[in-house]
Design a protein around this ligand. Structure first.
Ligand SMILES: Cc1cc2nc3c(=O)[nH]c(=O)nc-3n(C[C@H](O)[C@H](O)[C@H](O)COP(=O)(O)O)c2cc1C
Length: 380
């Protein structure tokens, strides 16, 4: 054990065939520096710096599966095709050479894709029921909402099967270039989440109806990935209560409701539930201090991770609304919750984007570096 006051965060964790050297994870962050979907040497060097800086695990930015309606911007990387896979192999090799571990975050934007920005504006978005969802509390531009709000046709069962197969292929591709596990973006209103959410899923087939049926698409693609990558590679699954269509939306109104979805995913083969919240200190349900990661662990018995404002003075939406973002040492609160075994891993987003050596700094008991907002615009 380290003598550092945060030493508990620097204990190893074994999951499947992987042992992480500590509990600090770089959170997935879209950067859009991969022209034509191909991550280059600059992207490899960017991730290598976070591995050199001591992160126990890196989850990459969202990376597209092979479906021409998966992504909008063509500068978002993809996980298929010779050039992109060669690029990813360089990323993985650099991270491994620096002693790091790395999962790709497989992504399909689903109902949220902005077709106007994509290479295939003619291809409509994939939507479980043709619905974008109700316009709630959000930070999206009005012209975008105007362009997506009209209902479209629901996905056919054949299209669903194609997307599931594309997820499995992307996972296989990722493992073949050396990734240590697979992360899935199942939150924030994107495709997988749009099957979970009753506002965007009104299907009456086996993918819709009750909570269990709405969980089926996510569970089916986890099973497909598990078949493809075998029993030992970890699968991490990001879910959220909030949606980009509505920050106040809730996937589960009660722990029991949330448990139906999370247990379907756990039974399908997920190892780590990545509970996406904007503030790690926020209780998920009335009557308990447990945050969303705490509930995920309690409801399923699986490992869980937390995120949101760690080492910072504000939440992501406050920063996007123009709030000044500064480093802020709230690690004592993180550690208290970690010590109570509420969660097993912590994800650091903006903090690690601004400071590649975030983990080493904490390990050395050094003050956090001032937050550098300009890092959002560059691959530093
Ligand atoms: C620039 C940026 C890009 C992001 N892109 C993604 C993404 O691709 N996938 C995802 O699941 N979350 C994404 N997020 C959310 C982060 O993973 C994280 O949950 C959020 O920033 C809260 O953590 P923080 O307060 O430590 O920054 C992004 C956040 C930022 C700041």
């Amino acid at each position: 054990m380290s003598e550092n006051k945060y030493g508990a965060l620097f204990t190893p964790l074994t999951v499947g065939d992987l042992t992480l050297k500590n509990r600090i994870v770089m959170a997935p962050m879209t950067r859009q520096f991969s022209p034509a979907g191909v991550p280059g040497d600059d992207v490899a060097a960017y991730y290598r710096r976070r591995a050199e800086g001591g992160a126990g695990l890196i989850v990459t930015e969202g990376t597209g599966i092979e479906d021409n309606a998966a992504l909008d911007s063509t500068a978002i990387p993809v996980m298929y095709g010779e050039a992109a896979l060669a690029g990813w192999k360089r990323v993985v090799d650099e991270v491994h050479a620096a002693g790091g571990r790395i999962f790709p975050q497989l992504w399909h934007q689903g109902v949220l894709r902005d077709a106007r920005k994509s290479a295939r504006p003619d291809v409509p978005g994939r939507r479980p029921s043709g619905l974008w969802g109700p316009v709630g509390h959000h930070s999206l531009p009005q012209d975008y909402i105007d362009s997506v709000i009209a209902p479209t046709r629901p996905m056919t069962e054949e299209e669903i099967a194609d997307v599931v197969a594309a997820y499995a292929r992307a996972a296989k591709n990722a493992i073949s270039v050396g990734f240590d596990g697979i992360a899935l973006h199942g939150g924030h209103g994107y495709l997988i989440d749009s099957f979970f959410w009753h506002e965007t899923n009104r299907r009456t087939d086996r993918y819709g109806g009750g909570l269990k049926q709405r969980a089926e698409f996510g569970a089916e693609l986890v099973r497909a990935i598990r078949r493809e990558i075998g029993p030992h590679k970890p699968i991490m699954f990001r879910f959220s209560q909030h949606k980009q269509q509505d920050y106040y939306a809730r996937l589960g109104q009660t722990p029991e409701e949330l448990g139906v979805i999370l247990n379907a995913l756990a039974d399908a083969g997920v190892d780590i539930l990545d509970a996406s919240i904007r503030g790690f200190d926020t209780p998920a349900f009335e009557g308990s201090d447990l945050n969303l990661a705490g509930w995920a662990k309690k409801l399923t018995g699986k490992l869980s991770s937390t995120v949101g404002g760690i080492g910072l003075n504000n939440r992501l939406e406050e920063m996007f609304a123009g709030g000044e973002t500064k480093s802020f040492d709230n690690l004592g609160r993180v550690l208290e919750r970690f010590g109570d075994r509420e969660f097993d891993l912590i994800l650091v987003g903006r903090g690690m984007l601004g400071d590649p050596a975030w983990s080493d700094r904490v390990r050395a008991n050094a003050p956090l570096a001032p937050f550098d907002r300009s890092a959002l615009a560059r691959l530093t």
